[in-house]
Each structure stands twice: as structure tokens, then as C-alpha cells.
Design a protein around this ligand. Structure first.
Ligand SMILES: C[S@@+](CC[C@H](N)C(=O)[O-])C[C@H]1O[C@@H](n2cnc3c(N)ncnc32)[C@H](O)[C@@H]1O
Length: 399
């Protein structure tokens, strides 16, 4: 039977089949009527007739292969996840998504990074069209990422990879989020810096959204706002604007998608709170430093020696802060995923938190209990997202 996690899995699957990023789907733990069937593997193939999905049903003693066009493939798989097959593993060029349904338990889903950097498995003639960031884009040139001829400039390769990866992640998240269908979307990027990801998101939405999107970058440094505004004007980026100011002080009237990547310390919390207050359907943040919680941490006796080491204390602070943020987002009505944004070899700041607004109401009392239990375990008395949401972390509080 379809539940929230199988629906979520299918959302990722639909997006991956639709944008050509699916590399492999494996359905396992078969519990359908044929006892000889072990698993089903689905891969994209390119036949003379065009792109298709090859289905291989592995039985105890033989394999059966059939090819299907995208619509038929999707319809077939949709009826099998969580029903005939209890496990499903999806690999795409951007994420891996695992679904599991144990007997008598609700389904569980885990979203992680892609297994390896792979080219999108699409036919050669389609590749240019499917690229998530075009190296020839005028904005990449304007921001100094590429040089003449669209070549990525020396020293900007990691930034280009980051931009590319960000856009690849946006697609499935947008597909999952309950974004409005009756008006253009507004994306707000807080602490947008030099605007690499703001321009990338704008370019992506211009291609992917149903109508023209409005994209606003907010940044404390006036010089960067000036630069971004100039590049936006020079490259004719309609609907893209930048404003100088702090995240906490920003007046956000509308935000369907809230982005804040590597905003310092509690600026991430300010951004999340602004997005929640605006009723954003999708929040995407990559936290930076975790200074607020670190001095508050109390460790169980058994960890006392370990936490004398600065680096372990730092990681513990990261873990505690982001776990608490995820729990608070759950309480605020969002379904949260935490995963690696880019390979840690490129930057240490590689954790991403995405939160999609739930369409069904949350059990707020249970969610609040979990938040408080987590805060109590780590001895956290003050945390900015909790404060901005008016959530009292004290253990004795009810509701
Ligand atoms: C590390 S940069 C990241 C820029 C961009 N988001 C990215 O990931 O490429 C952080 C930016 O956030 C800005 N910033 C940090 N705290 C802020 C705040 N409270 N309000 C507005 N901007 C802030 C900084 O000025 C800086 O440009």
C-alpha cells in the first residue's frame, strides 16, 4: 500500500526518469505471487526506436528482459514499489534513494549522495539539452567562472562543479515540493555571496518552471550585490534581482523556495525561519560553522575524554545542531533530508539539509517531544532556529 515514504520514493523516481538522470533501479525482497522471482533491475537503454527502459526480471534459474517507453515503465514500476517488492534502490547521477518496507512497519526512505560522478545516461544527441548548467551561459562568463569559448577558468573548476551539483539536486527537490501551480514561483537565496548559485537557480527555473520565476538574492556585502546586479542587467536575466541587507533583517514577502548555502553560523537558522514564516514549500540550506551550540554541549561521561579533542567536539556540535534543526523542521511541518552536497574532497562544508513542506499535518506533540529530548540530551538551552520559531527547548514545556 502506498504510504508517505513510498510516495516520496516515487517522486524521486519520476523526476529521474523524466530528466534522464536515472542510472539504475533495483527492486528486491520480492513478496508477490511468483516464488521464483528474486528481483527486478531497470536501466536506461538507447534503442533504434529511441530511449527506453530495460526491465530484467531475475528468477531462480533464468532472466526475462523487456523494454518499455518511459510512461509505460513508470506506470509498471509505480505499482510494484512497496507492494510486490519490499525494497527499492534508485541510483541517479545526483542522488541515491533507498526505500524499505518491513512487515508491519511504515516504509522508510533514505536519500544519499550519488554513488559516483557519472554522465547522464542519455542519448548523445540529447546531452546538450539535458546539461544542468551550460558552460556557454553569459552569467558564468560575467561572474568569471568561464572564459571566452565557455571554458571553465583555472581555479574555478571546484566552483563550477558545485554549481552544477546544486542545480542537479534542485530538480528532484522541486519535483517533490508542493509548489504552487497557479502562479510563478519565487526563490530567495539568502547570503548569496557572489551569486553563483542564485544565477544558476534562476537559469534552471527559467527552463524548468511552468512560468517565469522571480529570484531574489540577499547579501550583506554591498559590493557583491552591486556586482551581481550589474551581471544580471548585462546578461538580461529577467526576474533576477539582488538586495543588500542581513538575512535576519530581510523583509521576505514571498518565498516558495528558500536557499541559504554556507551562510555563517546562525544565519542558516535566520534563513530557515524566514522561509518557514513565508510558507515556503522547499527549504535548501548548507550550514556553515556551528558556533552557537558548541559551548553548550554537555557530554555523557563516557564521551568526556573524546570531546577534549577540538575536532571531535566540533563534529559533535555539527551533529547536534543539524539534528536539532531537522527535528525542529519536522515540528514545523516539513519532511527533512540531510545528505552530502558535494564530495568532501572539494570542501568541508558539504552537508545539505533539504526540507519539503508536508501536505499532511504533523503530529506536533510527538515532534515537540523529540526536539526537547534531543536538546536535553546535548544540554542545549538556546538555539536560534528554536528561538525564531518561538519553540521553548526546556524539557518541562508542554506542546
Ligand atoms: C561563504 S559565502 C557563500 C555564498 C553563496 N551562498 C555560496 O554558497 O556560494 C557566505 C555569504 O553569506 C553572507 N552572509 C553571511 N551572513 C550573512 C547574514 N547574516 N546576512 C546576509 N548575508 C550574510 C556573507 O557576506 C557571504 O557573502
Amino acid at each position: 500500500m502506498a504510504d508517505e515514504s513510498s510516495e516520496k520514493f516515487l517522486t524521486y523516481l519520476r523526476a529521474a526518469m523524466g530528466d534522464g538522470s536515472l542510472t539504475r533501479l533495483t527492486l528486491g525482497a520480492h513478496r508477490g505471487s511468483d516464488p521464483t522471482l528474486r528481483r527486478l533491475v531497470v536501466r536506461p537503454v538507447v534503442l533504434q526506436a529511441g530511449p527506453r527502459f530495460a526491465f530484467v526480471w531475475s528468477h531462480a534459474t533464468r532472466d526475462i528482459t523487456k523494454n518499455f517507453a518511459a510512461d509505460d515503465a513508470l506506470a509498471l514500476v509505480t505499482g510494484l514499489v512497496g507492494t510486490d517488492f519490499a525494497t527499492a534502490n534508485l541510483s541517479t547521477t545526483t542522488v541515491t534513494v533507498q526505500f524499505e518496507q518491513r512487515p508491519g512497519r511504515p516504509g522508510r526512505i533514505h536519500v544519499g549522495p550519488a554513488l559516483e560522478e557519472t554522465a547522464a545516461p542519455v542519448p548523445a544527441h540529447d546531452r546538450t539539452k539535458k546539461r544542468s548548467v551550460e558552460t556557454g551561459s553569459a552569467w558564468l562568463r560575467g561572474l568569471g567562472v568561464t572564459a571566452d569559448g565557455g571554458k571553465v577558468r583555472k581555479g574555478m573548476e571546484a566552483k563550477f562543479r558545485q554549481v552544477h551539483r546544486f542545480v542537479e539536486l534542485l530538480g528532484p527537490l522541486i519535483a517533490e515540493a508542493p509548489l504552487p501551480t497557479d502562479r510563478p514561483w519565487t526563490l530567495v537565496d539568502m547570503g548569496c555571496g557572489k551569486g553563483y548559485l542564485t544565477f544558476a537557480a534562476h537559469a534552471y527555473l527559467a527552463r524548468a518552471a511552468a512560468g517565469p520565476a522571480r529570484v531574489l538574492g540577499i547579501e550583506a556585502r554591498a559590493d557583491l550585490v552591486e556586482l551581481c546586479g550589474r551581471v544580471a542587467r548585462e546578461t538580461g536575466a529577467d526576474g533576477l534581482s539582488f538586495a543588500a541587507g542581513t538575512i535576519a533583517g530581510a523583509a521576505v514577502e514571498q518565498a516558495d523556495i528558500l536557499v541559504a548555502l554556507h551562510a555563517c553560523d546562525t544565519a542558516t537558522d535566520d534563513a530557515l525561519a524566514k522561509g518557514i514564516a513565508a510558507g515556503a514549500a522547499l527549504l535548501v540550506v548548507a550550514p556553515c560553522c556551528h558556533r552557537e551550540v558548541r559551548p553548550q554541549l554537555v557530554a555523557p561521561d563516557v564521551l568526556e575524554d573524546a570531546l577534549r579533542h577540538g575536532i571531535l567536539r566540533e563534529r559533535q556540535a555539527e551533529f547536534a545542531t543539524d539534528s536539532l534543526r531537522a527535528a525542529l523542521l519536522g515540528w514545523a511541518g516539513y519532511s527533512t533530508s540531510i545528505f552530502e552536497f558535494i564530495s568532501p574532497e572539494h570542501t568541508g562544508k558539504n552537508l545539505m539539509i533539504s526540507a519539503v513542506k508536508r501536505t499532511r499535518p504533523a503530529d506536533t506533540a510527538e515532534a515537540a517531544r523529540k526536539v526537547r529530548a534531543l536538546a536535553a540530551f546535548y544540554g542545549i538551552r538556546h538555539q536560534t532556529l528554536a528561538a525564531r520559531l518561538g519553540f521553548d527547548l526546556s524539557p518541562a514545556t508542554v506542546g
